[in-house]
Design a protein around this ligand. Sequence first.
Ligand code: ROI
Length: 157
Amino acid sequence: MIQPRVKAAIALGSNLGKSQQILQRALAQLSVVDGLVLKQISSFYHTRPIGPPQPDYVNACALLETQLSPLALLHCLQTVEQAFDRLRVERWGPRTLDLDLLLWGNQIIDQPDLQVPHPRMAERGFVLVPLAEVFAEAAQDWRHPVLGVAIADLLQP
Ligand code: ROI
């Protein structure tokens, strides 16, 4: 059965290894996944770490159209993370590659292994700034399904 295409948004982050290259290669891997089309990629942002002291991050966001279910998309993101030997020593510590599913259409999902919208996205500048960039280009009408506001408005003080 052909599934309809749903808009989804992901966040990318890295602060171990050649972070910029890692994000570029992760995006290249995602671009060849069946049932997934990369529609928009933000600029890469150098950001100060939130959490324990560690190297600065490179962060970005991407808008996708996907025929994958939320869980299938999550597994796909995890597979790409593993391909980069995702190394994460501690929960809030440095990592080679972090791929987070932020939004999947307007769905609200609250399962032990998957929460969408991502529960901490609205308070993280390193997510909201790149996300607002891709939304301004391609998804102005899309609102945070829980908070009911446009992504750009989450950035307001
Ligand atoms: N800090 C920044 N700047 N960027 C991240 O991607 C990031 N990811 C994390 C924590 C440790 C919360 N801090 C971060 O998981």
